[in-house]
Design a protein around this ligand. Sequence first.
Ligand code: FES
Length: 160
Amino acid sequence: MAAAGRLLASSRCLLAQSRLVAAAAHRAVWRGPARSFSSEDKVTVKFINRDGDTMVADGKVGESLLDVVVEKNLDIDGFGACEGTLACSTCHLIFDDDIFQKLDKITDEEMDMLDLAYGLTERSRLGCQICLKKWMDGMTVRVPEAVADVRQTVDMGKNS
Ligand code: FES
């Protein structure tokens, strides 16, 4: 029962992401205008990058923070290396406390991957697992100073 719940939770963002990929592929074919959405669906997020630079991007309700970074081509080095499959922890983000308290419950799978992230804080989550909601409009998220790609650590272990 708990496994089914975790699977359902982790599939939410993947479903949203697959819709984005399909939409992007459709745009690539007919070369129409970039996506647009109503102000009701729009969620603005401020990303504070490792070097302190601030980037502001709009996403749509239901998209993950990884979707926003990819869609808006935000310059966050190494972010989202596993494309949201919960295999890298490079999408580690740090939230303000008031936002963090309202986020959906973390799954065991996200917690396991987050434990391997550098610079872990009590307000850390993985951006590929956080889907935008209207109440998040205007929130700020911080990119930690260092990033760990768990897949490279595993690969390096195999080579040694
Ligand atoms: S993008 Fe790899 S765990 Fe989130």
